[in-house]
Write a protein that binds this ligand. Structure first.
Ligand SMILES: *[C@@H]1O[C@H](CO)[C@@H](O)[C@H](O)[C@H]1NC(C)=O
Ligand SMILES: *[C@@H]1O[C@H](CO)[C@@H](O)[C@H](O)[C@H]1NC(C)=O
Ligand SMILES: *[C@@H]1O[C@H](CO)[C@@H](O)[C@H](O)[C@H]1NC(C)=O
Ligand SMILES: *[C@@H]1O[C@H](CO)[C@@H](O)[C@H](O)[C@H]1NC(C)=O
Ligand SMILES: *[C@@H]1O[C@H](CO)[C@@H](O)[C@H](O)[C@H]1NC(C)=O
Ligand SMILES: *[C@@H]1O[C@H](CO)[C@@H](O)[C@H](O)[C@H]1NC(C)=O
Ligand SMILES: *[C@@H]1O[C@H](CO)[C@@H](O)[C@H](O)[C@H]1NC(C)=O
Ligand SMILES: *[C@@H]1O[C@H](CO)[C@@H](O)[C@H](O)[C@H]1NC(C)=O
Ligand SMILES: *[C@@H]1O[C@H](CO)[C@@H](O)[C@H](O)[C@H]1NC(C)=O
Ligand SMILES: *[C@@H]1O[C@H](CO)[C@@H](O)[C@H](O)[C@H]1NC(C)=O
Length: 881
């Protein structure tokens, strides 16, 4: 079955090969053509001399015009009130017969409609050139009346019906180009009468629906140089006469259903042949060994440029054809793929001419080792040997193929180590070694293949770690597939350097450790497979950056922690988290509502917030959480004794090592004492101070037994209004939960050792500080070295927009932040933005849309001064909580 794709592939394939088109003629032939043409005119004085405007030709052109629809208006000059039709677009009149139309050149004019029969009244017409239009219908049989016609080019139209037999009457025809378009196109048989066109030089009938056999009469055309019948439904065997055309340079009969053997003496009978395009037929028998004897006119060099015999049923015989090709010093393409070639590849493969660029041997039955002599073919650009039965190791000499662009050795039985000489392949773009038996480490030398776009070494027995050098190849864009090996160790954080990569597959190895958060830099990832390893730890929040990802498989690992809500925001992700140790509630938004998008079976500790998920309900945990908040609210500032008790409970719980709670997405509030906070912040040391402002100070700290750094915001309780802001923040953060809001871990309301009220919020630590500190780098500890990229800015804007959308439209009651400014936008270690400081936040009742009900700021615009003058150092850097 053929389809448009295969046609396109075919077209592409030929253009890829950078070869002259089939219609190329040698200059000597052109000279001969021109001379014979002039001669033919000199010998035919019988033509009438005619200088008056020919009314017939005018009427015929108008007839033609009225039959063609010209939406682009390119035939505007064809007007019925102008007698000067020789000046109309595309119309040429004769040199001798100045008022007679001799050529119509209507190339690529978007014309549609049918070619009318009246065209045959242009009796002096020599050239019809109508390619690349949308012409439909049959080719009028009246064309047979055009005695002077020598050029007919109707290629790339939508013509239908048969090739008219009458064309054989146009005895001067030299060029017939009826290349089809996709459909409908010409059908029926090739008229055998075309064999009477003894002047024919090119007969191009490819890409049609022609059927039946190839007429033997075609082989009798003495000067035919190019015969292209590819992509039709021609059947039967190729007439012997076709193989006996001494002038033929191009024979294209690919993609038909032709049968028979290719004559063993084809090299003698087609002495001038340059291209033999035979693929996708049913030819059987041996590959002829006589090709080397195809010599050109001068006899100095064999002409063969392309020998395409792929997708037939051919055999190698004694491989003598290989040595016979040794003298074809123009040979560029040798395609023998998908045949029935058996046996061992002989050393004589290295004797192929050095001109060879494309060597395709895939999908045969070739066994034995790859001869090191392959290394002599130093101009190879594409080498396909996949899907054979090659054994042994890859010869080191492959490193000599320094022009190689694509190397495919997949699906063989190759073993041993991948040779270090691959590092010599500096042009290599695609390397396929999958489904072999390679062992040993992945050579770090791959790091030298600076043009590698695709590397597939999956399904082997490779072991050791993933070399860092490989991960520095930012050229890798199409894919990196290391799956189904025995790779161990951690995934190096350098994986983040694969910034152009679309597909990464490290699945089914023994990789351990955590998923590197640097993966977020691989923003082009569409497919990420890490399943079937020993990965542990949490799913990094940095996955939020992988906005193009559509397939993420982390199944069969030992990942713990909660399922991050960030996946809710991916439109068309297929997420497989099954068979891990994930815990806590399964998010419910976005893709989590789609059963065929998320796979989570085999995680024992997940719970569902709705019964739909067929998981244990999270009720127990949720009520504890609410309870905790109620306590917090009731406590306010007065019930000091109860607070102390709560802090004591916290210590007790902590001693019991209920530590995962901080990481659990159930976000059970933890309790900390003043002493815990003092210890975590090194007694509120100035070294830990990361910011201070009107309402208090922020310290960086880490609690004993906790792995993550936190930010501890200590409120100044003696200042009017601050306890209110503490309450506002508690209340706002109690009811909100979004990946772009700074997450509150817990709150602490207690007394310090001297008996003063002490109120603090423990928040997620944002290592990259505030947006303000990045926008005004003089205040930025990174100085000018790290300024915000345009991409980061966009991401930050989107993150904040997403947070605000959530606060305004998805919270009940809606929350208005009322103090949005760069210093309140904090950046996590992945430069993801989180909105902070809800001290001035306001809950909107349904009728109110203003912030003016606040008791702390009834007059003037709400918000702090930082918003009005962001450059002013009123809010010091990082103080934004
Ligand atoms: C020329 O064409 C116009 C319409 O395009 C038509 O009305 C007119 O009759 C035509 N004249 C002749 C002489 O054919
Ligand atoms: C060619 O022109 C003649 C008149 O000169 C006319 O009778 C005939 O129908 C025309 N043929 C076609 C095919 O239009
Ligand atoms: C026919 O026209 C197309 C488009 O101009 C051109 O590419 C092609 O070479 C022509 N065919 C021949 C045989 O000259
Ligand atoms: C070829 O032309 C000859 C006359 O030149 C004629 O007898 C013969 O029938 C024609 N062949 C075909 C196949 O049309
Ligand atoms: C091949 O052509 C030669 C003359 O060039 C002729 O003698 C021979 O019979 C032809 N063979 C076939 C099978 O047409
Ligand atoms: C090439 O032709 C010569 C005679 O012209 C013959 O001796 C030689 O064996 C041929 N080579 C092959 C490979 O067929
Ligand atoms: C290749 O050409 C050389 C001379 O140029 C000749 O000696 C040799 O026999 C040829 N090889 C083949 C296989 O035809
Ligand atoms: C690498 O290529 C150089 C020439 O570019 C060659 O001398 C060397 O032998 C090659 N090394 C390997 C291992 O193939
Ligand atoms: C999800 O992962 C499990 C375990 O690896 C696998 O069996 C299942 O086929 C995967 N499902 C999808 C849709 O990828
Ligand atoms: C999975 O991880 C836990 C710690 O999170 C560890 O105790 C356990 O041994 C791991 N299981 C496997 C199979 O590695």
């Amino acid at each position: 079955m053929r389809n448009h794709n295969s046609r396109l592939v075919h077209k592409f394939y030929h253009s890829l090969c950078c070869m002259a088109p089939p219609e190329t003629l040698s200059s000597s032939v052109l000279v001969a053509t021109v001379l014979s043409f002039i001669f033919s005119f000199l010998l035919v004085p019988a033509l009438p001399l005619d200088r008056t405007p020919n009314n017939n030709d005018l009427q015929t052109l108008l007839c033609l015009r009225s039959n063609l629809s010209d939406p682009a208006g390119l035939l505007a000059s064809w007007k019925n009130d102008s007698l000067e039709f020789c000046t109309w677009a595309g119309v040429s009149c004769g040199e001798r017969h100045k008022s007679r139309v001799v050529a119509l050149n209507l190339d690529s004019l978007e014309l549609s409609g049918q070619i009318p029969a009246c065209i045959a009244n242009l009796t002096f017409l020599e050239r019809i050139h109508f390619p690349n239009n949308h012409l439909t219908g049959p080719i009028p049989y009246e064309l047979g009346q055009l005695k002077w016609l020598h050029y007919l080019n109707l290629s790339s139209n939508n013509l239908s019906d048969v090739i008219p037999e009458t064309l054989s009457s146009c005895s001067r025809l030299r060029i017939v180009d009826l290349w089809g378009e996709f459909s409908p196109s010409l059908s029926g048989a090739i008229p055998s009468s075309l064999g009477n066109l003894s002047s024919l030089v090119k007969l191009l009938l490819a890409y049609n629906n022609l059927e039946g056999s190839i007429p033997a009469s075609i082989g009798k055309i003495p000067n035919l140089k190019a015969l292209d019948l590819t992509y039709n439904f021609l059947s039967g065997s190729v007439p012997a006469s076709i193989y006996n055309m001494s002038a033929l340079t191009y024979l294209g009969i690919a993609t038909n259903t032709l049968v028979g053997e290719i004559p063993h003496d084809i090299g003698y009978t087609l002495p001038r042949i340059k291209k033999l395009i035979f693929e996708e037929n049913q030819f059987h028998g041996k590959i002829p060994a006589s090709l080397a004897n195809a010599t050109n006119l001068t006899g100095s060099l064999p002409n063969l440029v392309e020998l395409s015999l792929g997708t037939n049923q051919l055999e190698a015989g004694d491989w003598s054809f290989l040595s016979s090709l040794a003298n074809c010093t123009r040979l560029v393409t040798l395609d023998l793929s998908e045949n029935r070639i058996q046996g061992t590849l002989p050393n004589s493969i290295g004797g192929l001419p050095n001109s060879l660029q494309f060597l395709l041997l895939s999908a045969n039955d070739i066994s034995g080792t790859i001869p090191p002599e392959i290394g002599y073919l130093t101009n190879l650009v594409v080498l396909h040997m996949e899907s054979n039965r090659f054994t042994g190791s890859i010869p080191d000499a492959v490193g000599n193929l320094s022009s190689l662009f694509r190397l495919s050795l997949s699906q063989n039985k190759l073993s041993g180590r991948i040779p270090l000489s691959v590092s010599n392949l500096s042009q290599l773009s695609e390397l396929y070694l999958q489904a072999n038996d390679f062992s040993g480490p992945i050579p770090g030398a791959f790091g030298d293949c600076k043009n590698l776009r695709m590397l597939n070494i999956s399904c082997n027995n490779l072991d050791g770690g993933i070399p860092k050098q490989l991960l520095t190849l930012s050229s890798l864009s199409d894919g990196l597939d290391l799956s189904h090996n025995q790779l161990s160790g951690q995934i190096p954080p350098e994986v983040g350097e694969l910034i152009n990569l679309g597909l990464l597959n490290v699945s089914n190895n023994q990789l351990s450790g955590q998923i590197p958060s640097t993966l977020e830099q691989c923003v082009h990832l569409e497919s990420l497979h890490m399943e079937g390893n020993l990965l542990e730890g949490k799913i990094p929040n940095s996955f939020a950056e992988l906005r193009g990802i559509i397939k993420l498989d982390l199944s069969r690992n030992n990942l713990s922690g909660a399922i991050p809500e960030l996946f809710e925001f991916f439109g068309s992700l297929i997420l497989n988290l099954s068979f891990n140790s994930l815990q806590g509630p399964v998010p419910t938004g976005g893709i989590f509502g789609n059963k065929s998008a998320v796979y989570i079976q085999g995680n024992k500790n997940l719970c569902g917030s709705t019964p739909l998920l067929a998981l244990p309900l999270c009720d127990a945990m949720a009520s504890r959480k609410n309870h905790g908040f109620k306590i917090l609210k009731v406590l306010g500032f007065s019930a000091l004794s109860f607070l102390l008790l709560a802090c004591a409970v916290a210590i007790f719980l902590k001693r019991k090592k209920v530590r995962q709670a901080a990481h659990s997405s159930c976000r059970e509030l933890k309790r900390f004492s003043y002493a815990d906070l003092a210890k975590a912040t090194n007694n509120f040391s100035s070294n830990n101070l990361i910011g201070s402002g009107n309402s208090g100070s922020v310290y960086k700290g880490r609690f004993e037994f906790e792995e993550h750094t936190v930010a501890i915001k200590v409120f100044k309780v003696n200042q009017l209004g601050v306890p209110k802001s503490f309450l506002s923040e508690c209340e706002a953060l109690r009811n909100t939960r979004h990946r772009n809001l700074v997450r509150v871990i817990t709150a602490c309301s207690t007394c310090d050792p001297s008996g003063h009220q002490f109120k603090a919020l423990i928040l997620e630590y944002m290592p990259n500080g505030s947006l303000e500190s990045w926008l005004y780098p003089d205040q930025n500890k990174y100085g000018l070295e790290r300024s915000l990229s345009f991409g980061s800015r966009i991401t930050i804007v989107m993150d904040i927009a997403s947070a605000l959308d959530y606060l305004h439209n998805h919270c009940m009651p809606p929350v208005v932040h009322c103090d949005l400014k760069p210093s309140n936008v904090l950046l996590d270690d992945d430069m993801g933005a989180h909105l902070a400081d809800f001290g001035l936040a306001k809950f909107l009742q349904s009728s109110s849309h203003s912030c003016h009900q606040s008791s702390t700021s009834l007059l003037g615009p709400r918000g702090s001064i930082g918003y009005i003058a962001p450059g002013e150092n009123f809010f010091p850097q990082n103080w934004a909580l």
